[in-house]
Write a protein that binds this ligand. Sequence first.
Ligand SMILES: [Fe+2]
Length: 367
Amino acid sequence: MSVEINPKYHLAYFNMANLYFSQLQYEVALENYNKCLEIVPKDEESLLNRAITFAALKNYQDSLSDFNAVLALNPNNPHVFFNRAQVYQKLGIIHKKFHIGMFYFAELDYKRVLEYMPQDQMTMMRLGDTFGFDINNPGRSMFKRLQFAKKLARTKYTLPDLSYDYNALEPYISAEIMQLHHQKHHQTYVTNLNNAMDKLSTAFTKENLESQISLQQAIKFNGGGHINHTIFWTNLAGKRNGGGELANSILIFLILIDDLKAAIEKQFGSVDQFKTAFNNHAVSVQGSGWAWLGFKTDSKTLQIATTANQDPLQSTTGLVPLLGCDVWEHAYYLQYKNVRPEYLKSFWEVVNWKNVTQRYHDAVQKV
Ligand SMILES: [Fe+2]
């Protein structure tokens, strides 16, 4: 109906396209994405969804073109590189003359994904598919794949890049805090984690059980610090990128995302009531730690929790982390001194709800 009232309303076409896609009506979905993009030619989400629609229609050439357009708008999204790599592989299989080149491009894209997510097993395996791929001898490819996956499994942990500038969260979180927090604090956890893992590897080689046990605390603390901060950075977004905005169901990568807003309202009464409850937990953390919104897999419900120090949520409570708030003083002291509630007030202004919603959807789908 909204299309008849206002034909220029591109979101109506976008939502209709998503709906048709979810019903597997790809041709009609494509028509609606086309209309949407006629109105807003550089709409990243429409281009992305159309790219995947083209892929679903086995039109890999146009799919590739749209993925390229998305990456021209936003070159920091590992999921787009992952999708484009798959399209390159499809093109390599269809056009045998070009398979070496296509698989090489796919390899580059998968490696790019691993820069953002160094331990992602799926990407490692897909990369192995491209590495030494022999179209006439898939068995050889499998052998190479396993070799390569083993090699990559020993990759060192690295500091992930932020997808935004240090000043992107101002005035709510200052550039100075973000830079120190990322470059100094998080980097220290990564460095110490790698050192501990090296020592653990030596301890395993020497079958030194005492040494293996003594390293557990360092691995928990620094590994937890790495896990927690890696989640935290993606949980944040500047105002210009939708920070603080929680919308109803959205579509990412052609999948209707489970509606986190509705789940919060159902469980906590309203989003504001949820924020108040979350803040109460965050304020109650004695000393250093984290406040979380987690997903309880057995009851499929949301739960607010806190963890001490750098204890990672899932390892210590079983909850799947959706949203983390770092309440260590290093996260806010330079700007808010010891007034944690003021920091929490600002925190909600820069929550990347899209990311939190995507995490919720992924957690629900895995149950
Ligand atoms: Fe921190």
